[in-house]
Design a protein around this ligand. Structure first.
Ligand code: AMP
Ligand code: GLY
Length: 422
């Protein structure tokens, strides 16, 4: 099979690493990819949201299977674009269509869906400029903290947790006033849930589904989960507090009603569903859905997945997903993210990365990197993920931290406390 993978982050390097282990992979193209994916296939300078350019690439390289890494092309309707195009219609593409991707693309859609399907989630209401005053009243009567969410995609910055009425009112008016552009034309105001978060990943053909190993990510820049939100500073899998009884509740009260509910609504969901969950008083609730795999969760989930990923995709394409048995490595995986100094605020790119070849017994997944002649240089906020496997996550982390010491670039920063709350 000739495969095209869309995206350029650590998640995509991990997909590329997993895909190229399959005997069904003849050649992998990555658009646009990074310095890590360039070692595993051919990077092509095409943007995943430029559908015409993706089409030209698919036809030029005779691609059989397209895998969409990030959410933006899915929410923009890349799958619909393929299905409507005579030349692309029969090419397999892994990801939900535009309607289904609203689970991530519109918080209001996701909340209404959960309400309709009685899926446990925080109580909420949604507002626009037309009922702004009602929204302010609702906020004034709310307990604090209160959570405000811009409806649309806002590059991970659209969620504000306000500690006071004043702060909440200001954030609410800013969102409706256009701070996040179109994404903030509608605002979801919801109850703050106090608990511990983890993530569950499912691959579904709309009828059947398989559950992948669960994971926990660490989103804040600072140790002890302090400071600004980032794209993710580390992750572990499995998650020690997630036992069989909890997963059973997740499956019955969240996964099944989600997959069945989508089908009942006539929405065909084919692809990954990422459930961002929180446990409150022993019960799981949904914080958010994403319509793709997680980053940096993929960097710990795929190294534990023993199955051939292309065989899972093939089973999905041929309606055989129910026959797939997911096999997991019993060992624990931990990933530590190395970021550019200053991230998630302003940072510099183009710093030479050295020591990559000295890494032993860990996997280094590139995120924001690119080749510059013979060197590899930083090209983003999150630069590398160093993943290790061990008998427990502490052993895995120790291994990752040892290797991180050997990798250098100017301004490198990482959290030394991944897994601190487990
Ligand atoms: P999101 O952008 O939807 O992933 O939200 C970012 C983060 O905000 C989540 O990972 C949670 O840590 C936090 N969050 C979102 N909604 C809530 C909520 N209702 N209660 C508590 N924390 C929340
Ligand atoms: N790690 C969270 C995300 O991928 O959105």
């Amino acid at each position: 099979m000739k495969i095209l993978l869309l995206g350029s982050g650590g998640r995509e390097h991990t997909f590329a690493w997993k895909i190229t282990q399959s005997r069904h992979c003849d050649h992998l193209y990555i658009a646009p990819g990074n310095a890590g994916t360039a070692e595993l296939g051919t990077n092509v300078e095409v943007s995943p949201t430029d559908f015409e350019a993706v089409k030209a690439l698919v036809l030029d390289k005779n691609i059989d299977l397209v895998i969409v890494g990030p959410e933006a092309p899915l929410v923009d309707g890349i799958v619909d674009f393929f299905k409507k195009d005579k030349q692309l219609r029969n090419i397999a593409i892994i990801g939900p269509n535009k309607e289904a991707a609203q689970l991530e693309g519109s918080k209001a859609f996701a909340k209404q869906f959960m309400k309709d399907m009685l899926i446990p989630t925080a109580a909420y209401r949604e507002f626009t400029n037309d009922n702004k005053e009602e929204g302010l009243d609702y906020i004034r009567q709310h307990t604090y903290p209160v959570v405000l969410k811009a409806d649309g995609l806002a590059a991970g910055k659209g969620v504000i947790i306000s500690q006071s009425q004043e702060e909440a009112e200001e954030a609410f008016l800013e969102m409706l006033g256009g701070k996040f552009g179109k994404a903030g034309q509608k605002v979801v105001v919801e109850q703050f849930l106090d608990g511990i978060e983890f993530s569950v990943f499912v691959l579904t053909d709309g009828e059947n589904y398989v559950v992948l190993p669960e994971a926990k990510d660490y989103k804040r820049i600072g140790e002890g989960d302090t400071g600004l939100n980032t794209g993710g500073m580390g992750s572990v899998s499995p998650v020690s507090f997630v036992d069989e009884a909890l997963m059973d509740k997740v499956e019955k009260s969240i996964i099944q009603p989600t997959v069945n509910g989508l089908r009942e609504k006539g929405i065909v969901y084919r692809g990954f569903i990422f459930f961002g969950l929180i446990v409150v008083d022993g019960d799981p609730l949904v914080i958010e859905y994403n319509c793709r795999m997680g980053d940096p969760e993929t960097q710990v989930v795929f190294p534990r997945l023993k199955n051939d990923i292309l065989e899972i995709f093939q089973a999905m394409e041929s309606g055989q997903l129910a026959t797939v048995e997911v096999q997991m490595d019993e060992r624990a995986a931990a990933a530590v993210i190395m970021v550019s100094g200053g991230y998630p605020e302003a940072y510099e790119k183009g710093k030479e990365i050295t020591g990559l070849e000295t890494v032993t017994d860990s996997l280094v997944f590139h995120a924001g990197t690119k080749k510059a002649g013979e060197s590899v240089v930083s090209n983003g906020g999150r630069v590398l993920a160093v993943t290790s496997l061990g008998n427990n996550f502490q052993d895995a982390l120790r291994q990752s931290y040892q290797n991180i010491e050997k990798i250098t670039f100017e301004g490198k920063y990482y959290r030394r406390d991944i897994g601190f709350d487990l």
